[in-house]
Design a protein around this ligand. Structure first.
Ligand SMILES: *[C@@H]1O[C@H](CO)[C@@H](O)[C@H](O)[C@H]1NC(C)=O
Ligand SMILES: *[C@@H]1O[C@H](CO)[C@@H](O)[C@H](O)[C@H]1NC(C)=O
Length: 206
């Protein structure tokens, strides 16, 4: 009788131990999730040269999606604080031209900022959303991946080439536009960025 009780207590103890382990695993920081093909891909061919600029952000050329013009901004080495190792940070920008219809328009967007793994052909990213308006045309910086991790992952940094991407999932304009924008699925825009040490920048789109 007593032995049975002891065994029951012991198995309860093991059960709660397992539960504890499971909870700890869940609360660990979430890794980047697999994501579908971005509508805009930005192929940076000389990442090491971009990195020399440290915390200075670089903007892509504009691309079209959901009836608006956007750009991607990459900050190759962003530090949240002195205690935190630098991150590669991305943000989405809305072209001011897209907002000059009415000064009090707000564009709410949901999007995925992503990085491409050259080894398996998959994109990894995290979802974000932002309310754009005339005085707020850049989304918050998303800390995509620790810089150290990117530099040691041959999948993310192949040769000196790194591909970032953005997929815009949903756009709502307030006050509502008279006609809803018809979204056509089309081939992604790919932009190449070549930066030379002398600061000469070449861009081309396909
Ligand atoms: C990229 O893909 C390769 C091949 O599947 C995989 O081994 C590697 O872990 C991936 N890299 C990252 C950083 O996820
Ligand atoms: C944007 O900034 C200008 C100048 O600071 C201000 O007058 C205007 O009210 C702001 N507009 C919005 C929509 O916040």
């Amino acid at each position: 009788m007593q032995l049975n009780l002891l065994m029951a207590q012991t198995s309860f103890f093991f059960l709660s131990c397992n539960l504890f382990v499971a909870l700890v695993q869940i609360s660990a920081p979430a890794p980047l999730g697999k994501t579908h093909d971005p509508c805009f891909k930005w192929k940076i061919h000389d990442f090491s040269v971009l990195l020399e600029r440290g915390a200075i952000p670089t903007n892509s050329a504009l691309f079209h999606s959901f009836g608006h013009k956007w750009f991607l901004r990459v900050t190759p080495s962003h530090t949240k604080s002195f205690a935190v190792a630098p991150y590669v940070a991305l943000s989405l920008g809305l072209s001011v031209g897209s907002l000059d219809l009415e000064p009090d328009y707000t564009v709410e967007a949901m999007f995925v900022l992503a990085i491409y793994n050259h080894s398996n052909g998959l994109n990894y990213g995290s979802e974000a959303s932002y309310m754009f308006h005339i005085n707020n045309t850049n989304s918050m910086l998303e800390h995509l991946i620790p810089l150290k991790e990117l530099l040691k992952s041959p999948g993310f940094l192949a040769g000196d080439c790194c591909v970032f991407g953005v997929e815009i999932l949903k756009v709502d304009v307030f006050p509502h536009e008279k006609e809803a924008v018809v979204v056509q699925k089309k081939a992604p825009t790919v932009q190449n960025l070549f930066i030379q040490k002398n600061g000469f920048v070449t861009r081309n789109c396909t």
